[in-house]
Design a protein around this ligand. Structure first.
Ligand code: CU
Length: 168
């Protein structure tokens, strides 16, 4: 029997308190790592750069001539169209030491744009332009992989980015 004059207690169980502390420590750790990744390490979230009309984008500059643009200063822009079941163009070649900004859009359904051995992994949505900038310092070949299921030929949907030695 409890004393009627006793005020109700809202004290948390010590076990529960410990888990609240653990959660707060975890949250703080996540906030710190996200801040470091975003501001010190330059991690970027793939952004929807701009909107396009998926029905006409393939006939509209710059996507009417998909591929690389040399912007000088080792900087490149890559305009890439995703469609069932290919990336256009399927192969890109840049010199080592270059910085490439990808502008990827889809003319049909949702695709993925994953660049092997990098942290590039973008969703490609019809009507939107997904963009990320990557620096390629080492020569080598990166596979471009569609990692969002887009239909029967999805497994064959891939391209290549070749980084050639002899850049700078
Ligand atoms: Cu696909």
């Amino acid at each position: 029997m409890t004393d009627a004059s006793e005020t109700p207690s809202f004290e948390a169980d010590p076990y529960e308190k410990r888990w609240i502390v653990v959660s707060l420590i975890l949250l703080s750790a996540f906030m710190i790592t996200v801040t470091i990744a975003g501001f010190a390490l330059g991690f970027q979230v793939p952004g929807a750069e701009s909107r396009v009309d998926p029905r006409t984008v393939a006939d509209t500059a710059p996507w009417n001539e998909p591929g690389l643009r040399d912007l000088g200063n080792n900087e490149y822009a890559a305009y890439i169209i995703s469609q069932r079941f290919a990336f256009i163009p399927p192969t890109l070649t840049v010199p080592a030491g270059s910085s490439v900004t990808f502008y990827v859009t889809s003319i049909d359904v949702q695709h993925g744009f994953l660049l092997s051995d990098t942290n590039v992994n973008m969703q490609v949505v019809p009507g939107e332009v997904s963009t990320l900038t990557v620096e390629f310092d080492e020569p080598g070949t990166h596979d471009i992989i569609c990692n969002e299921f887009c239909g029967t030929g999805h497994a064959a949907m891939a391209g290549k980015l070749i980084v050639e030695a002899g850049g700078e």
